[in-house]
Design a protein around this ligand. Structure first.
Ligand code: FES
Length: 497
């Protein structure tokens, strides 16, 4: 079996994650850390919140680790200059000593915040977290040794200890990255569905008891999921927030009310009912909130949209239809935009089929591939410039469609770099064909249907704009020359690679 460095590091981390023997020492350490915090009462809770980052809405640990990483890297550079006998070597040595000390202070602060976060981890994350802490403690120990050596005038050994610490630190950073990006530690785990965008009935008001959280669900068609929401009645007022705790996804409907907040049953994060902000950690992220009203004895909720959420609201659709009504009567009417684009999709599909059917050594294959590349570029351009901005108010697919265009452009560039007679070309062409077909089909089955909300007249006006731009792109000498140059450069790059 061939092992590359990805599978080797994956296997090493897998071993740590499977090391159940770490659970007992981890449990003992977590218990030992928790005891003084419990004894400290309210001041202890405040310190915990500060170290988690609850007070400012972001985990503090990743922010603090930048101090040792930056200063110890600086020290390594200064030590290297000093060891090479650079001019002003004494100043470099003094600056390196200071950088090592500042990094050690930062590492202690980062360790305190990291330990606080680690206590609430479980299973595999807790084992990797323990390894992460041990590795980073080793780096800190080496730097403390280096400081002692430097003070005794043993600079050479001090530099070696610092260099070793710098290398060890990166193993620790790798494990830390694994915890965040693979195990999602410290990442907001609440549901951020935009549904329901208008008031939707969820529960008869009589069924919600004072002080007893109650879970309801709303359907998100885009996510194809039921989103849990927790309803709470306190002093006669009803509140609603996402039921999945932003810390690690705990069920807030299983929690309880304490001092005006809803407490998560898993690790005790307490959320303000009015604002959704965490009042106590370990959570650092606010819960998604919902507006609440009671109509005809039924509780209705509506999602409070977050800034920048790409949600299509009834107001957007109303605005889009107003645009349609304000269109002047003398607008030239021809085919609708979706009809123009569908026809171009079909053209692209037929070109793919023709190239795929050609023999690899057919000299026309290369020319047809270039024509296809040109038509693809034109297609993306007209959609980006005219169609997507116009349908954005009525379709949530637009950001995805833009991203897919980037993917298609990358794949097209990679395909153009290959000789059309090579087996690799066939593989890339099939991938590109599939990607284009997926993109076109998504538009035809979703975006084109949503675009009908713009109204017949507006779609015909857009169709006219699209046809004009398609024509212009195909006939403009400048545009043709520019595309030809781009395609030639890509093909040339492939030959030189
Ligand atoms: S899941 Fe940890 S506090 Fe809610």
């Amino acid at each position: 079996m061939r092992l590359n460095h990805f599978s080797m590091t994956g296997a090493a981390i897998g071993r740590i994650e499977a090391a159940e023997w770490l659970d007992n020492p981890a449990f003992q350490i977590a218990n030992a850390l928790a005891l003084p915090q419990r004894l400290a009462g309210t001041p202890g809770r405040r310190i915990r919140n500060a170290l988690h980052g609850t007070w400012y809405g972001h985990p503090v640990h990743p922010m603090l680790v930048t101090v040792p990483i930056g200063t110890w890297t600086l020290a390594l550079g200064l030590d290297t200059l000093g060891a090479l006998g650079a001019k002003h070597g004494r100043e470099y040595d003094r600056a390196a000593d200071l950088a090592v000390q500042a990094g050690a202070a930062g590492a202690v602060a980062a360790a305190a915040a990291g330990l606080m976060d680690w206590q609430q981890t479980h299973g595999r994350s807790r084992r990797v977290g323990l390894a992460h802490a041990l590795v980073n403690s080793t780096a800190l120990g080496l730097q403390l040794t280096s400081i002692a050596l430097r003070r005794r005038g043993r600079r050479r050994e001090g530099r070696i200890a610092s260099a070793a610490a710098w290398s060890v630190m990166f193993i620790g950073a790798y494990l830390g990255g694994h915890l965040v990006y693979r195990r999602r530690q410290g990442v907001d785990q609440a549901d951020h569905s935009v549904e329901p965008r208008s008031f939707a009935p969820v529960l008869p008001a009589a069924e919600l008891r004072e002080g007893q959280p109650r879970k309801v669900e709303v359907w998100d068609a885009l996510e194809r999921a039921h989103i849990p929401v927790v309803l709470v009645r306190q002093r006669g007022r009803t509140f609603a927030m996402g039921a999945r705790c932003s810390h690690m996804g705990g069920p807030l409907d299983g929690g309880w009310l304490l001092k005006g907040g809803l407490v998560c049953p898993w690790h005790g994060s307490r959320y303000d009912l009015e604002t959704g902000q965490p009042l106590d950690g370990p959570s650092t992220c606010p819960q998604p909130l919902y507006d609440v009203r009671v109509r005809n004895g039924v509780i209705e909720i509506k999602r409070q949209q977050e800034p920048g959420a790409a949600a299509v609201t009834p107001e957007d659709i109303e605005h889009a239809s107003q645009v349609e009504q304000s269109t002047t009567a003398d607008t030239p009417l021809g085919r609708k935009a979706d009809e123009v684009l569908f026809e171009h999709h079909e053209l692209l599909r037929s070109m793919f089929r023709r190239i795929e059917d050609m023999a690899p050594d057919d000299p026309q294959r290369r020319d047809l591939m270039r024509t296809l590349a040109s038509e693809l570029e034109i297609h993306e351009h007209v959609e980006d410039a005219i169609f997507y901005p116009a349908v954005r108010p009525v379709s949530e697919d637009v950001p995805v469609a833009y991203a897919e265009h980037q993917q298609l452009a990358d794949l097209l560039a990679a395909t153009l770099k290959l000789p059309t007679s090579s087996p690799d070309f066939d593989e890339y062409l099939r991938a590109l064909h599939k990607a284009v077909d997926h993109h076109a089909s998504s538009e035809e089955h979703s975006m084109f249907i949503e675009a009908q909300r713009l109204g017949d007249r507006r779609l015909r006006e857009l169709g006219h704009e699209l046809e004009t731009m398609l024509e212009e792109q195909r006939t403009s000498r400048f545009q043709c020359a520019f595309r030809e140059l781009k395609i030639s450069l890509l093909a040339q790059a492939g030959r030189e690679a």
